[in-house]
Design a protein around this ligand. Structure first.
Ligand code: NCN
Ligand code: DMD
Length: 574
């Protein structure tokens, strides 16, 4: 049965079906589009004005268009100072004359003459001046989008200027933008307070010239470049240096991503009502094999020579005991996997002196280092473990989603060092409690991570793995690559598995589309690593069990979400 679509009474009333059948259905009629392009093409910087007044209603429409501009985080930082008082305009003209002479003095004599010949402003003639100001007194961090681009507020004001300009042109008004001012002088003239900046002076009035082409082009000052000279495709063009090797992995194509969202829009539920779970389901279902019902916990264990520096609350031998319990189906992670309906692959990436009975072997062949004195892995082992990991990832992917787990006493120190190398932060930002460190142990961990980082000369993920990484990190990073290549989702667990996934992303960026952050663990660096990956965790329960326990809980939730999506009533057009 198809249920009638629930149409919102506010906001966007269009349906996914409508948007899919007519992707261009948002366009304006041809004549209106052509008018817009004509106005854009006919906009000119006008320097000569008639003295006739600008009617208030026309001015209001133009200012309204300015105020309709886009602004960062909808902050509307512009303020339009409208100046008609002749005395103020005269004083502004003197300021511009001064700036023009000062600029001419810095040019060679011929260019200076050219500059002085140009009619650069219509400050005295234009009946209206609009000084666009940007109120920058709101801290950038408080405005969505400005923390990362602090000048985006000023760009918003520039967008307002373009709107004013186009509206003025449509009304038949001329507008000239004058920036020949010392900003402080202009601010002082108009009483603009500290924290508010001006973007120059817009001269506005009926034009006493109707230039078909830009004035500076006519004067031979410059020419408009062809569009092809200003558009670069995909990357900034390379000169000399070879381009980065192309990635072999592909994120799901846009059709799949949009198709999943369209299906979700058809549910008899408000779009996105399952929050973080819906977002995770969206990305998983867009994968080529994202809807497989089964799943596998890939549990990888290894020992760490760094333990000799007193960085773990437990003896290294515990790792072997947990691995034996895992093979027997009794380790916490394996029980969690069973409870969640997942099969488990237990992988020995170098635990104890002899192979763990019953586990899949992926043990390094060469001597391993303690990070402080020597590299964690040989170059050959790094490559080998990554390759074995890929094969294991593909194998685990046969049933569906791959949940990651690890066991390795001492590996929160290794994970911290890798996270610091990858994120470019110091040891203090990444060292955490692990399985139960005290403050003296934390100090030793920090010193070890600092010493290890001092030995790294590169941010290359394979180099980081060799110098800092333990074997389980290499196997897990390879497994993420293999599972992603097989088209399934990968659910991360705690810090170590997330660091391995972040290394895989650094090797192949398309891996990112396959990742789901199962949980945020108690370990210090974990939040930063998930932030680096741009992922919100499904769970935040202060877990620090390792072994993939959190990944199993999350995989269960994810699968339940996908089942709910599948069975919830679908709506259609009435
Ligand atoms: O999942 C986590 O983020 C997590 C946080 C702290 C500890 N662990 C587990 O504890 C072990 C590492 O802790 P440590 O103190 O020996 O470095 C390792 O076997 C992990 O599985 C795991
Ligand atoms: C007992 C124990 C179990 C673990 N499982 C994963 N890491 C572990 C660390 C310890 C100490």
């Amino acid at each position: 049965m198809v249920w009638p679509r629930a149409v919102p009474v506010i906001g966007d009333r269009s349906s996914a079906a409508e948007r899919a059948s007519r992707p261009d259905g948002w366009a304006f009629p041809v004549a209106e589009r052509e008018a817009l392009y004509r106005i854009i093409g006919a906009r000119r910087d006008v320097r000569r004005f008639r003295p006739d007044p600008v009617p208030e209603d026309v001015l209001d429409r133009v200012l309204g268009a300015g105020h309709a501009a886009p602004s960062v985080g909808h902050s509307q930082p512009w303020r339009f100072l409208v100046v008609t008082e002749p005395g103020t305009r005269e004083r502004a003209s003197v300021l511009a004359d001064r700036a023009r002479l000062a600029q001419a003095a810095r040019l060679d004599p011929e260019s200076a003459r050219k500059l002085l010949d140009l009619q650069l402003e219509g400050l005295r003639e234009a009946p209206v001046g609009v000084v666009v100001c940007c109120d920058r007194r709101t801290p950038a961090e408080g405005v969505l989008g400005r923390a990362t681009f602090p000048d985006a507020d000023v760009w918003s004001c520039a967008c307002a200027i373009e709107n004013l300009w186009l509206a003025a042109r449509a009304e038949g008004l001329g507008l000239g933008w004058v920036t020949l001012f010392e900003p402080a002088d202009l601010a002082a003239l108009l009483g603009v307070p500290d924290g508010v900046v001006t973007l120059g002076w817009l001269c506005l009035g009926w034009p006493d010239e109707r230039p078909p082409d830009p004035g500076l082009e006519r004067a031979g000052w410059s020419r408009r470049l062809p569009v092809s000279a200003v558009v670069h495709r995909e990357r900034w063009p390379v000169t000399g240096e070879p381009a980065a090797p192309p990635s072999h992995l592909r994120a799901p194509d846009q059709r799949a991503v949009v198709g999943v969202r369209d299906q979700a829009d058809r549910l008899l539920a408000p779009p996105g009502s399952l929050g973080v779970l819906d977002r995770a389901a969206d990305r998983v279902l867009a994968l080529p094999a994202g809807d497989r019902d089964g799943g596998t916990l890939l549990l990888v264990g290894a020992d760490h020579p760094v333990c000799r520096h007193g960085v773990s609350a437990y003896e290294g031998g515990v790792t072997g005991e947990v691995m034996a319990a895992a093979v027997a189906g009794q380790a916490q992670g394996v029980v969690a996997a069973r409870t969640a309906g997942l099969q488990t692959l237990v992988v020995d990436a170098g635990v104890g002196a002899t192979p763990v009975a019953g586990a899949i072997g992926a043990r390094p062949r060469d001597a391993r280092g303690d990070l402080v004195e020597a590299d964690a892995l040989s170059e050959a082992d790094t490559g080998l473990l990554l390759r074995w990991g890929r094969d294991l990832g593909r194998r685990a992917a046969r049933r569906g989603v791959v949940a990651l787990g690890e066991v390795g006493v001492g590996n929160t120190t290794v994970a911290a060092a890798l996270a610091a190398g990858l994120l470019g932060v110091g040891a203090g930002a990444v060292v955490g409690l692990g399985s139960g460190a005290d403050s003296a142990m934390l100090a030793r961990k920090t010193a070890v991570v600092e010493a290890a980082l001092a030995r790294v000369g590169s941010g290359d993920p394979v180099v980081l793995l060799r110098v800092l990484g333990g074997p389980e990190f290499a196997v897990l990073a390879g497994a993420v690559l293999g599972a992603a290549a097989a088209g399934v989702a990968v659910v991360m667990d705690g810090l170590a598995t997330s660091v391995a996934a972040a290394l895989a992303v650094a090797m192949e960026p398309a891996v990112a589309a396959h990742l789901v952050a199962g949980q945020r663990s108690r370990e210090t660096a974990h939040a930063a690593v998930l932030g680096h990956l741009g992922l919100e965790p499904l769970l935040d329960l202060r877990m620090r069990a390792g072994e993939g326990v959190g990944a199993c809980f999350a995989t269960r939730l994810l699968r339940d979400t996908i089942h709910i999506r599948r069975d919830t009533a679908k709506t259609g057009e009435p």
